[in-house]
Design a binder for this molecule. Structure first.
Ligand code: 3PG
Length: 311
């Protein structure tokens, strides 16, 4: 029986692996494009609260249109689903806006170097809030992560406290988002794509009033006019691109969560950050000192050691 089953299983496994690699490559590429246009927009129009709101709005609009036209089958949801989604949405909103505020203040590469420290936050939150215990190598792997991030931060040429804190807050918020969403997706019939769609919609509703309070339509209108006058019609494309690509990369990442373990996901996420850090340094010609690059490399190496230790 084994002899007969094996040849059929092999192509199925190969197809599954190919599918995962296609997800990963798509996720990283979409994420690089998002980061580039997001930073271009923020350089010309430094209003991260509106930028963060528009990306959630674009995702919500795309998914509502996909459901209305039945390109995507709408999910069957009940009150319990939306209730269990609410903590995920609060954490997603905080993490998203904090990362966007960070990127408005510092280089994209710096935000992502600090964000590569997310596994350290994951271990600390799981240990102190959920009472989980890990083997000693997992705790040791936090040393290069924290040390590398700290070295990169103190040697960063354009260090800014708001930018640093934004990336740190985003780390904490996304750890909670991942914990809550893992619980929320378990045993539910809603697919990764639809789960992320509902998450965008709920986050948009949460974020909009805060964005109005923090920045507001008057400031936006004046900033928008200035940006269009300086950049020209391309500016509108940058805003559209950052909004649409934000949704697309997150959607693909949630779709891949359907197929892979959270551990594989976090390795994929670290590799994603390497592509963003390298691409943004090249495109924005970010000045990097060797010691600064060393800090980033140690932090990223630490996240790989962490993945191995957790396995
Ligand atoms: C955001 O704006 O939400 C962040 O840029 C996303 O960060 P991520 O790389 O962790 O998705």
């Amino acid at each position: 029986v084994v002899g007969i089953a094996a040849p059929a299983a092999e192509p199925a496994e190969a197809a599954r692996r190919t599918k995962i690699w296609v997800y990963f490559a798509t996720w990283w590429a979409l994420n690089v494009i998002f980061n580039i246009y997001n930073k271009k927009m923020l350089n010309a129009f430094p209003y991260p609260w509106l930028g963060a709101t528009l990306s959630l709005a674009a995702g919500s609009a795309i998914m509502l249109a996909s459901w209305a036209t039945r390109i995507v089958e709408p999910p069957q949801t009940d009150l319990d689903f939306w209730k269990s989604l609410s903590p995920v949405a609060v954490a997603h909103t905080i993490g998203h806006v904090a990362a966007t505020v960070s990127m408005a203040k510092v280089a994209v590469s710096f935000t992502h170097i600090i964000k590569s420290g997310e596994p350290a936050f994951s271990v600390l939150v799981s240990r102190f809030f959920l009472g989980e215990h890990f083997p000693a190598p997992v705790y040791f792997s936090l040393l290069p992560i924290i040390g590398g991030c700290a070295l990169a931060a103190v040697t960063e040429l354009n260090f800014n406290m708001v930018g640093f804190m934004g990336a740190m807050i985003s780390n904490v918020a996304f750890v909670f988002r991942n914990i809550f969403s893992k619980k929320g997706m378990k045993g539910k019939s809603v697919s990764g794509m639809n789960y992320y769609a509902c998450l965008s919609m709920m986050s948009l509703v949460i974020l909009l009033p805060f964005a109005i309070a923090m920045e507001g339509p008057k400031v936006w209108a004046a900033g928008w006019q200035k940006a269009v006058a300086e950049i020209g019609p391309n500016f509108v494309w940058w805003v559209a691109a950052q909004s649409v690509f934000y949704h697309l990369y997150n959607q693909v990442s949630y779709m891949s969560l359907d197929e892979i373990s959270p551990l594989t996901f976090s390795i994929g996420n670290t590799m994603k950050r390497i592509s963003v850090i390298v691409a943004s340094i090249i495109i924005f010609q970010t000045p990097v000192q060797p010691i600064n690059a060393l800090g980033a490399a140690i932090a990223i190496l630490g996240t790989f050691i962490y993945s191995q230790a957790k396995q």
